[in-house]
Design a protein around this ligand. Structure first.
Ligand SMILES: NC(=O)c1ccc[n+]([C@@H]2O[C@H](COP(=O)([O-])OP(=O)(O)OC[C@H]3O[C@@H](n4cnc5c(N)ncnc54)[C@H](OP(=O)(O)O)[C@@H]3O)[C@@H](O)[C@H]2O)c1
Length: 294
């Protein structure tokens, strides 16, 4: 194992269970960066993937200096159809034992006012990329009869959420996909867990056109969310960090489905700001055939 700092990394439960190499997408900020740092602190080498090369290079230098493990940077736009092949090529010589397809994006606003191409990119990033990476790496792990996959959903995955409809639906997909895989992969000795964080203090909510002071939700630090996910990996199919978030996810299953949908819809509608505020659409001219017939 290449060890640029010349130190002997401390072997942790994570390293003993999943081996020498992990891969984290969306490692240039937020929860993904916290995963990369914690995995390295646990003595595993890590492949870090995102679009911002400078941020990844800075993280590589920091991790190699402090933890004495190897870091491989892969710059890739995960909405591109070639991205999975590029990652597989860049990791062909490695046994990836832990894989966290964490990169994600959200789009806030009334669905019909948003850009369809951007919504399609969201599905490529939040669904297709984790699907393809999981297919490739889970097969390799199954052959070795060991491995761990931590998928990123959200507390928004437990119901439809107006004004982030496509984002919430993409996370519902990940929740169901991961729950099912967690069962399927047991016989191959591969752990699959879905981490479903609530609001977390990262660039994602900071960029959302939402006045969060109007929303009674407590946020968590990305480090705490990542730590919780790594600890719960392989111990349960779905892990929700934070007591309030867990209570919400549990209560949600007891309520009629419309209750949390309406609750989120009402809260977010009031909190939308800037361009995301609801606008009146220009009325279409009435079609002659539809007017005054009855
Ligand atoms: N923050 C929350 O409140 C919250 C709550 C629940 C779930 N989550 C989920 O947690 C995960 C991490 O989010 P975060 O909060 O840490 O957000 P973040 O700070 O915005 O990080 C998102 C990461 O994804 C990468 N990314 C975005 N678009 C990409 C693309 N097209 N190709 C490659 N990488 C891309 C970004 O890197 P580049 O820009 O460098 O590409 C960045 O590293 C996401 O799946 C998110 O849905 C977040």
């Amino acid at each position: 194992m290449n060890n640029p700092a010349g130190k002997t990394p401390r072997k942790s439960r994570l390293a003993k269970k999943y081996g020498d190499w992990a891969l984290v997408t969306g490692a240039s900020s937020g929860i993904g960066r916290a995963f990369a740092r914690q995995i390295a602190a646990a003595g595993m080498n890590v492949v870090i993937v995102a679009r911002r090369e400078r941020a990844l290079d800075a993280l590589r230098a920091e991790i190699e200096k402090h933890h004495g493990v190897s870091v491989r940077v892969v710059v890739a736009d995960l909405t591109s159809p070639e991205s999975t092949a590029r990652i597989l090529e860049a990791t062909r010589d490695l046994d990836i034992g832990l894989m966290i397809p964490n990169a994600g994006m959200e789009i806030t606003g009334e669905f019909i006012s948003t850009d369809l191409a951007a919504q399609e990119d969201l599905l490529r990033l939040n669904i297709l990329s984790p699907l393809e990476l999981t297919h490739a790496f889970a097969r390799q792990m199954a052959r070795r009869r060991r491995g761990g996959i931590l998928l990123l959903a959200s507390t928004f995955a437990f119901q439809g959420v107006p004004y982030v409809a496509n984002y919430a639906a993409s996370k519902a997909y990940i929740l169901h996909f991961g729950e099912a895989l967690s069962h399927e992969m047991k016989r191959h000795g591969v752990d699959v867990t879905v981490l479903a964080p609530g609001m977390t203090r990262t660039e994602m909510p900071a960029k959302m056109p939402v006045d969060f002071s109007r929303i009674p939700m407590k946020s968590m630090a990305p480090e705490a969310v990542a730590r919780f996910g790594l600890k719960r990996l392989g111990r349960q199919p779905v892990a929700v960090p934070g007591m309030m978030n867990r209570m919400f996810a549990f209560m949600n299953r007891l309520m009629p489905r419309s209750a949390p949908v309406n609750m989120f819809g009402g809260m977010l509608k009031k909190a939308l700001k800037g361009e995301a505020r609801l606008k009146e659409l220009p009325r279409a001219e009435q079609h002659p055939a539809s007017g005054g017939g009855r």
